[in-house]
Ligand binder design. Structure first.
Ligand code: DX5
Ligand code: ZN
Length: 225
C-alpha cells in the first residue's frame, strides 16, 4: 500500500488543525512530524507538546522523525504525547539496537533513518527489528530542498536485502519528494512517501495531496504489472 506521510513542517503553524484536516481529506494516511534540536541539524522545530496537541485532532498515525542528538532521552516523552511511529537516525545512535528496543517497549513502531552519506549496509543487523527504514533524499534540517537521486539506488538496495532476508519492513523516503519525483521513488520500491512543500500550499493543499497520490499509485501499479 502506497502512503502519503504529509510533513507538517511545511504547514501554516497558525492553523495547524485546519491544515491537518485538509491533508486528511486529500488522502494522506500518515502525519510526518519533524523533530529538530538545533544540534544534530541546524534548525529547531517541535517537541512533545506539539505531538500532544495533534493527537486528539486527527486519527492519522503520527510518524515522528527525530533529528536530535541523544534520541533515547526523548523516547518516553514522545510516546506519552501520542507518537505512533518513531524513527531515529543511525548517525546519532551509538547503541542502535538498544534504542530500537526502547521504542518498541514504549509501544511505538520502530524505524531507522539514514542520511544521504550513510550506507544502507549499516542497517543489516537491525533490519529484522524494523517497521520501516527511512531513506533521506536530502540532508535533513529543512523543507523545500532538491531531491538527491542517490536515494533511488539505496531504496532498490533495501528492496533486495528485504527479499534476500525474507523480511517485510517498509521503505519510506523523505526530502524533495514532489509531483515530479514521486514516480521514480515508487518505481525504486518506496511505499511511504514523505512530502511537505509539495503538499501544503494555500488554497491548494487538498488537491496537491490528491494529485500526488494519483501519480504515486499510477507508478506503483506499473511496477506491479
Ligand atoms: C527534512 C525533513 C522533511 C521535510 C521534507 O529534514 O525531514 O520531512 O519536511 O520537506 P520537503 O517535502 O519540502 O522536501
Ligand atoms: Zn522528515
Amino acid at each position: 500500500m502506497i502512503e502519503l506521510a504529509a510533513s507538517i513542517l511545511a504547514a501554516d503553524f497558525a492553523h495547524l488543525a485546519d491544515e491537518v484536516a485538509l491533508v486528511e481529506r486529500g488522502g494522506a494516511t500518515l502525519l510526518h512530524v519533524d523533530i529538530m534540536d538545533g544540534h544534530f541539524v541546524p534548525n529547531i522545530t517541535f517537541g512533545p507538546p506539539v505531538v500532544q496537541a495533534l493527537r486528539p485532532i486527527t486519527k492519522l498515525p503520527l510518524d515522528c522523525h527525530l533529528m536530535v542528538e541523544n534520541p533515547d532521552d526523548f523516547i518516553q516523552a514522545f510516546a506519552e504525547a501520542g507518537a505512533d511511529m518513531m524513527s531515529v537516525h543511525q548517525e546519532v545512535c551509538r547503541h542502535l539496537h538498544r534504542t530500537l528496543q526502547h521504542i518498541v517497549q514504549h509501544g511505538m513502531l520502530p524505524a531507522v533513518v539514514i542520511n544521504p552519506a550513510t550506507p544502507v549496509d549499516m542497517l543489516v543487523e537491525v533490519l529484522p527489528m524494523l517497521h520501516h527504514v527511512l531513506v533521506m533524499s536530502v540532508n535533513p534540517g529543512f523543507g523545500g530542498q532538491k531531491f538527491l537521486p542517490l536515494a533511488l539506488d539505496k531504496i532498490a538496495h533495501l528492496v533486495e536485502l528485504r527479499d534476500e532476508m525474507g523480511l517485510n519492513f517498509r521503505i519510506e523516503v523523505d526530502g524533495g519528494v514532489a509531483h515530479d519525483t514521486v514516480a521514480q521513488v515508487v518505481e525504486a520500491g518506496a511505499d511511504m512517501l514523505v512530502a511537505g512543500s509539495a503538499i501544503f500550499s494555500k488554497g491548494k493543499t487538498e488537491q496537491n495531496a490528491v494529485e500526488f497520490l494519483k501519480l504515486a499509485r499510477a507508478a506503483g501499479s506499473v511496477q506491479v504489472a
